[in-house]
Design a protein around this ligand. Structure first.
Ligand SMILES: Cc1ncc(C[n+]2csc(CCOP(=O)(O)OP(=O)(O)O)c2C)c(N)n1
Ligand SMILES: [Mg+2]
Length: 321
């Protein structure tokens, strides 16, 4: 796969920001600064967050999931807007009403994630159908988890996408758990990508902690969708280092398993590769971390200065005027 040095460093920078932002967010939550519900961390899943979106055009559409805040800035949403949204500020993403989890904004091609798991798949397929009917050369990228893989809506949506040859790429973030349920107890197949054959489109399983493998598979699937050849399914096998959400005591998995996955850290692996290629030094890494931290702090300072929503803002967008 051809990636320029500039592209490789860009990928690394995005992954650094993703890691630093979520680690900071955990501090905000434990320090009581963020109090607006649950936060779903994706630390450990950075390559899966960043890689597929790296292959999109800015005007393509994304259906995200509840996990992976990095998908937001990868889709062009400014960090300041995201942090203000997390703090439920009036001028933040989501306009202060539900944090950022179930909000969308078409100006960024960012579709709203419904709270009902699985419902996102037919919505994303509907968006792809719209693009096809309008004869646009845009595509939809639709993320979902291993838990969502077995829901009825998922099968119906994928089947329709195949039957209508829609411009959509399905990205399964298989982190092997749906809250406390291990995927080994929820399905009898080895790889979720095997399901693609049943719908009639290509499916591939990749190491979701290997950014280059993720980008390679994503590029191929995006190209296929854009050329009008229909959907693909990419299963990225990865792991979340922390609980399902900020309040999870994690009684369902053992520390040994978590430690084993931490050894496969997507960031460290990529860093090592870039060092071997002579593209990065420890000094550069330190500088990139400092730059990411500064951007995060600036977004936080901005969010603190934003106004809180007013009572009348509650019905904004709920009823037509
Ligand atoms: C229909 C429905 N059932 C349950 C929930 C609660 N819920 C939110 S996330 C989640 C787990 C999803 O697991 P997975 O698809 O593997 O994604 P992950 O959280 O691992 O990224 C559950 C059960 C929900 N939102 N909707
Ligand atoms: Mg999961």
């Amino acid at each position: 796969m051809e990636l320029s040095h500039d592209e490789l460093l860009k990928l690394y920078r995005w992954m650094v920001l993703d890691r630093r932002y979520e680690e900071k967010q955990r501090e905000w939550v434990s320090g009581g600064i963020l109090q607006t519900g649950f936060y779903h961390y994706s630390v450990g899943q950075e390559a899966t967050n960043v890689g597929p979106l790296f292959c999109l055009r800015p005007d393509d559409l994304l259906m995200p999931t509840h996990r992976g805040y990095g998908k937001m800035w990868m889709k062009g949403i400014p960090l300041k807007l995201i942090t203000a949204g997390m703090m439920c500020k009036k001028t933040g993403f989501g306009k202060g009403r539900s944090g950022v989890t179930h909000t969308g904004d078409l100006r960024y091609g960012f579709l709203a994630r419904p709270g009902i798991l699985g419902a996102a798949i037919p919505l994303a397929v509907g968006a792809a159908l719209g693009l096809k009917m309008q004869k646009r050369d845009l595509i939809v990228m639709c993320f979902f988890g291993d838990g969502v893989a077995s829901l009825g809506d998922t099968h119906e949506g994928m089947n329709l996408a195949a039957a209508f040859k829609l411009p959509i790429v399905f990205v399964c973030e298989n982190n092997f758990y749906a809250v406390s349920t291990p995927s080994s107890k929820a399905m009898a197949i080895q790889d979720i990508s095997q399901r693609a054959a049943g719908y009639g489109f290509p499916g591939a399983t990749v190491d979701g902690n290997d950014i280059l493998a993720v980008v390679e598979a994503s590029r191929e699937a995006v190209k296929r969708a854009r050329e009008g050849k229909g959907p693909s399914l990419i299963e990225c096998q990865t792991y979340r280092w922390y609980g399902h959400s900020s309040g999870d005591p994690e009684g369902y998995r053992n520390a040994k398993e978590v430690e084993a996955w931490k050894k496969r850290c997507p960031l460290k692996r990529f860093e090592k590769k870039l060092e071997e290629m002579g593209l990065i030094t420890q000094e550069m890494t330190r500088r990139m971390i400092a730059e990411a931290d500064l951007e995060i702090e600036e977004s936080f300072a901005h969010a603190k200065s934003c106004p809180d929503p007013d009572v009348e803002d509650m019905s904004l967008g709920v009823y037509t005027q």
